[in-house]
Design a protein around this ligand. Sequence first.
Ligand code: BES
Ligand code: MG
Ligand code: ZN
Length: 478
Amino acid sequence: MDIKVLQNIKEENIPKIIGVYCDTDSEIYTEKVNVLKEKKRFNGKFGEIYHVDNEEELFFIGLGEKEKITSEKGREISAKIVKELAKYKIEKANYYVFCKCNKIVRAMIDGLYLGNYKFDKYKTSDKEEFIIQEINLVIDKDLEEWISNEGISLAKSTIIARNLVNEPANVIYPESLANRVKELGEEHGFEVEVLGEKEIKELGMESYMSVARGSDNPPRFIIMRYMGDEDNKDDILGLVGKGLTYDSGGYSIKPTPGMVSMKSDMGGAAAVIGAMCSIAHMKLKRNVITVVAACENMISGNAYKPGDIINSMGGKTIEILNTDAEGRLTLIDAVYYIINKEKATKVVDIATLTGAVLVALGTTRTAVVSNNDDFYTSLEKASDKADEKVWRLPGDEDYKKLIKSDIADIKNLGGKYAGSITAGLFIGEFVGDTPWLHMDIAGTGWTDAPKKAYDHKGGTGVAVKTLYYLAKEEENVE
Ligand code: BES
Ligand code: MG
Ligand code: ZN
């Protein structure tokens, strides 16, 4: 599906979608809408759809009260309308919103793409073959063109992330993930370097290798570089995504129901890869380096075991109490690397890290642990622009004590309680004073029960937009 954003009304003999407020006159088809409102057939209430199939095919969609329109509502209604078009097998339509707000326009574009999203490539029957070809979104003539390009890029990158998560683990494993990232780098304009097992070992990443070595699929350390502000090397944003292409739990094995969806354990990687695509495509004036320590957590004669004591690139020793707490072990070497070898001056790690985060915050908000108030404030602003909610968890000394080990420096399990905090703080042990944010998307990265029209069962593509805006924010462009 192609979305074209137009600032002028293109009169064509194709179906038209007209956004209507409940408390304001419609900008076009005013009389028709007023008659419908008088007859109480259509009131412009948020979410309402009225279909007229005469000589001219029209869809009136309710936007609710004009003062109360939000980007989130724009996203939802657009996803709804795209589903309606598919129902009527409409290939092309003009969508008139006359919207004057950047944030809402981007969200509407997002809703159109995400509402149309399917992951049915493996179906050989019962497959919906119909494809919407083109939607012309008519916006206010005062809005600048790059806004729509940004909206389109972010929606497409969110779909890239969803697809990466939804692909099964027999298709996306470390090597194939690295190859996909190379293609994306060429398409979007960022550099990709991939390290193999030998180089990973040479860098001293014993913690990451302990997780990786149980699998027959070897690890790949994927580095993405986009230097949009070469003169300003003192500012490098480092993004680190958890890239467990499969998490069986290892010897602390997961029960089957918990294991089936563990192809999604690279949701953090998907988010940073998607964000890089838009950061590079939109040519942000910012230096951003991203790494993914991709591997599988499996069982074999060579796998690591509960009770092992291992080392890490940062030099701290770790007592392994549970092989299913593996994500943090891959992430510590990745954050240590990005700070010390790539010279990142700020770091964000993002991971499907703990089941405990679902208990704490459900599927609505991403949990955050941070060592820096200002950096967290930047994240809050970015998450607001993206309509992706975050919530900060505490991280004080009392919690840090929970990961001290009796026989090594730290242990990879903090005990029964505060699991999302101790997991985050474990990673925090390796960032030193570098401003750092840890985002746990175990609750928000995947959905079994879509709640919104733009949701889709499986990977959500969460945080692509937030990370993009975080990179952009400090660039000082509205
Ligand atoms: N990948 C899981 C976390 C997860 C759980 C993601 C549910 C998505 C949905 C992680 O590696 C894990 O297994 N965490 C353990 C940690 C525990 C052993 C301390 C967990 O949450 O049970
Ligand atoms: Mg695990
Ligand atoms: Zn995991």
